[in-house]
Design a protein around this ligand. Structure first.
Ligand code: GLU
Length: 397
């Protein structure tokens, strides 16, 4: 049987495939250093797990409103008031099965065939495929390392056509860890308002920010952009709750209602127990978040120090999230056992074979010169992993 053109036009998620492969190898007894997937290695905070257990015991196990329970919507509204200084109504919020699902709903709600979505590269691997599944076209705008991998307003303006519907911004960025400044966002907001395009601000990493950097959103930069803006967040990264699958999004009511209609015909409500857990995460004590961010900061420092010692590698120091996206292109063209390493995929395959390190090739993020490291893993693993990386690189001639 032939599969649909739609499914044939997309790739599986590179991050999830690499994670699955690393786990498979580990299960078969191979010692793998997993710098692949971006998922905090800490347990979900205790009080969050207790809230989920209570939800089960209270039989909170039936269908809920499709777009999320009122308690969770209220907790999100409060969080958005604190984080953005903006007020949202419950009808302007949707809770979905993870942040990815919110983006999927949005793409399905606003895109017609061949409508364009501007995505600055490097980008998170799933954006282009989610757009394609909705019939849209991704317009990739490449950014430069010397601009901190950030989209410049003139580049945005150049990319806009009458078919442009949406721009996706992600700060801190996966994979680069770049964080936009207020001025940079003000300039982008001017272009968005002038051309009346929507913007999705994917703020999933906004609590993971390192010393010396302050996080601002496009809504802080210019509140007038609110009528064009969808704000995306979730509990996965901040509270180490990747498996619970709770993401949420705020934006103009008619489109959020359309997203809710789509969700009513696909997944229905997100898991009732996970929604209760998310209420506890958002409303409860935040000290676990601080502990996790401090741990990421230490790992980041160590990682940067070790990368600086690698002769042929350059990188932009990340200011947030838990990724580093160094440029390894100096190794392309080198040989090992007669095999030439041509690109990021070849180099990640080599490092997997030789050093048993799992990494995601830069090509999956729209920049073939780089490899993505997630340092959401223990310091011991990082130390061992970089030792192995160093040894494997030195074998390339
Ligand atoms: N967002 C994380 C990553 O980039 C988790 C996996 C995914 O859904 O991509 O590794």
């Amino acid at each position: 049987m032939e599969l649909s053109k739609r499914v044939q036009s997309i790739k599986p998620s590179a991050t999830l495939s690499i994670n699955a492969r690393a786990k498979e190898l580990k299960a078969s007894g191979v010692e793998i250093i997993n710098f692949g997937v971006g998922e905090p290695d800490f347990p979900t905070p205790h009080h969050v797990k207790e809230a989920a257990i209570k939800a089960i015991k209270d039989n909170f196990t039936r269908y809920t409103p499709v777009g999320g329970i009122p308690e969770l919507k209220n907790a999100i509204i409060e969080q958005f008031k604190r984080d953005y200084g903006e007020s949202y109504e419950p009808g302007e919020i949707i809770v979905s099965c993870g942040g990815k699902h919110c983006i999927y709903n949005l793409a399905q709600a606003i895109l017609n065939d061949d409508d364009e979505v501007i995505i600055p590269a490097p980008y998170w691997v799933s954006y282009p495929d989610i757009i394609r599944l909705a019939g849209g076209r991704s317009v990739i705008v490449h950014t430069k390392e010397e601009d901190g991998f950030k989209l410049r307003p003139e580049k945005l303006e150049e990319a806009i056509t009458p078919r442009t519907r949406l721009l996706i911004l992600n700060s801190p960025s996966n994979p680069t860890g770049s964080v936009y400044s207020r001025k940079e966002l003000e300039d982008l907001a001017d272009v968005i308002i002038k051309h009346r395009i929507y913007v999705l601000t994917d703020d999933i990493y906004n609590k993971i920010i390192f010393e010396g950097t302050s996080w601002v959103s496009i809504l802080h930069a210019n509140p007038e952009v609110k009528e064009f803006t969808f704000v995306l967040n979730g509990v996965s990264k901040t509270y180490s709750m990747t498996g619970w699958r709770i993401g949420y999004m705020a934006g103009p009511d008619p489109i959020i209602s359309a997203c809710t209609k789509i969700q009513s015909q696909s997944t229905s409500n997100p898991n009732s127990i996970a929604q209760m857990a998310a209420v506890a995460a958002l409303n409860g004590p935040q000290d676990d978040v601080e502990r996790m961010v401090n741990a990421f900061a230490k790992r980041r420092e160590y990682f940067l120090r070790r990368l600086e010692e690698l002769k042929h590698v350059t990188f932009y120091p990340p200011q947030g999230a838990f990724y580093i996206f160094p440029n390894f292109s100096a190794y392309y063209g080198k040989k090992y056992n007669g095999q030439v390493i041509l690109n990021s995929l070849d180099l990640t395959s080599y490092l997997m074979e030789e050093a048993k390190i799992a990494l995601v090739p830069g090509s999956a993020f729209g920049d073939d010169r780089c490899l993505r490291f997630s340092y959401a893993t223990s310091m011991k693993t990082i130390e061992k992993g970089i030792d192995k990386l160093e040894a494997a690189l030195s074998m390339l001639l």
